[in-house]
Design a protein around this ligand. Structure first.
Ligand SMILES: [Zn+2]
Length: 498
């Protein structure tokens, strides 16, 4: 049986000694020495000479918001690069004319680049977009400014996250608001197509969509039918739908090759940026310990039902108090390691909590790009938590030390594994540092395990799906900043080439 595609002259950092790989019918046929495999080259085999480039399993982003990533690239008016507040307002006025009667959503403004040095406010937006709801996300994604019509649709009360006068929504309030904006199906399908193209450029062949709400699921199905989805998407349903999923008899893995359901997502707390992550001692810059969003007793009930049905639960828990509550729920629910239930972010666990996670078989779903974005001297975490907790945050090395399965993702901030690797391989603090082999593992085999997909994905071995990323150089040796994605292959099809 000849190969469809034969890669040779490559480095395989995860398969020592190999320099060639054969693909047949969308799967890996063989991987090893070119000399021994060359009999697989037939008259119709496409042979790619990779000249020392590195081949890895396609990256799997175990936690992202794929639709959101796509919307940022398609639907939003781009305000990045505006040189003044007036220029940003002009762009919004123009967009409002083009989209009469519809929402105007924008992103990328940065007042530090403007002579005025002040953020956009509600009154500014009301002036240029008076008759349609309009909102604009700041460049960092942590602040959204709304006009009056948009603000009327914000369910959050006035408080630290909502300043109605300025029209400012921060952090969790901002993200919940953006998620709730009603978008038509065409916009969502186009967003999915754009996110899928972007994923291919980044070497990402599979993602977990953590916002699997019904409108999005419908759009995913349409994108799939129209051939616009070229990324494997693993869906997590919102907690409100957990009982419906149970009633339907869904189990993890329901779906097909490109689109399937894995489980349910819940929130135990918020974020450090918004000071809503639940901590055991106060933030450094506020007399506050954050907010617990659920109680162990409530979570345990639904968790037990989900486990019983073979659905996975992924719980967002950042602060040590939230993580403690999730562990208490896990004990109450009597979960087993077969469920591979996940804690999302897991930023400030204690060692005792990690020990307990290991014994419960929980998976750590972490985002090393958070370290790059916010940890280290002068960073947001340092400011919010002080030096001691900043130097203990995102302890990838301890997670491995306790034998907890580790999966990496991006949360879409940005959805770029090579950027994220920096936060695990060259981080500001020792506890965050893991060897590059382990970082790659967490973004491939580790993520596959977290999605119950390790029999198909995450490794370069015969029989696995031919999802590959080809990098310019060996990630175990070359400086990460210089690495580039050269090609991405999904199920044996070339979906990106630089
Ligand atoms: Zn998320």
């Amino acid at each position: 049986m000849y190969a469809d595609i034969f890669l040779r002259g490559a480095i395989f950092p995860t398969v020592p000694g190999a320099d060639a790989l054969a693909i047949r019918c969308g799967r890996i046929q063989a991987v090893g020495k070119a000399l021994e495999l060359q009999g697989l080259i037939g008259p119709d085999t496409e042979v790619l000479d990779l000249e020392g480039k590195a081949v890895l399993p396609g990256f799997i982003d175990a936690h992202t918001h794929f639709v959101r990533v796509g919307l940022e690239r398609t639907f939003y008016v781009d305000l990045s690069g505006t040189k003044s507040l007036e220029e940003a307002m002009d762009r919004l006025r123009e967009a409002a004319r083009d989209r009469a009667g519809e929402w105007v959503m924008a992103r990328g403004w940065d007042e530090s680049k403007w002579p005025q040095k002040r953020p956009l406010k509600r009154a500014d937006l009301d002036r240029v977009v008076p008759r349609q709801p309009c909102c604009a996300v700041r460049v960092d994604g942590h602040l959204v400014v709304c006009n009056t019509l948009a603000l009327d649709r914000c369910p959050y009360p006035e408080g630290r996250l909502v300043d109605r006068d300025a029209g400012h929504l921060r952090e969790d309030a901002a993200w919940a608001f953006l998620d709730a904006v009603p978008l038509d199906r065409t916009a969502l399908v186009e967003a999915i197509a754009a996110a899928s193209r972007r994923a291919a450029e980044l070497g990402v062949t599979a993602v977990a969509e953590m916002s699997g709400k019904p409108e999005y699921i419908r759009a995913y199905q349409q994108a799939l039918k129209e051939g616009k989805l070229r990324t494997r998407v693993f869906l997590y349903l919102p907690l409100e739908l957990a009982d419906h999923a149970v009633e339907l008899g869904l189990e993890h893995g329901f779906g097909g090759e490109l689109l399937r359901i894995v489980g349910v997502k819940a929130f135990a707390d918020g974020s450090i940026g918004a000071r809503t992550a639940a901590l055991s001692s106060p933030y450094r810059d506020a007399n506050d310990t954050g907010t617990l969003l659920l109680e162990a007793e409530d979570l345990a009930g639904i968790w037990r039902r989900l486990s019983h049905m073979g659905l996975q639960l992924a719980v967002h828990a950042i602060g040590d108090r939230a993580i403690g509550e999730v562990l208490r729920a896990a004990r109450l629910a009597g979960i087993s390691e077969h469920g591979r239930h996940r804690i999302e972010h897991l930023e400030l666990p204690t060692e005792k909590q990690l020990e307990e996670m290991a014994s419960l078989g929980l998976v750590a779903s972490m985002q090393p790009n958070f370290v790059v974005n916010w940890s280290g001297p002068g960073g947001l975490y340092h400011e919010r938590l002080g030096p001691e907790r900043d130097s203990a945050i995102d302890p990838h090395s301890l997670v491995l030390k306790y034998g907890i399965p580790l999966a990496f993702g991006s949360d879409g901030m940005p959805m770029d594994p090579l950027y994220g690797f920096l936060g695990a391989v060259a981080p500001p603090h020792e506890v965050q540092r893991i060897p590059p082999e382990e970082a790659i593992r967490a973004y491939t085999a580790g993520a596959a395990y977290a999605l119950f997909a390790e029999r198909e994905l995450g490794e370069l071995a015969p029989g696995k799906r031919a999802d590959l990323v080809i990098l310019s150089d060996n990630p175990l040796k070359a400086p990460l900043q210089r690495l580039r994605v050269e090609m991405t292959i999904l199920g044996g099809a070339l979906i990106f080439r630089r």
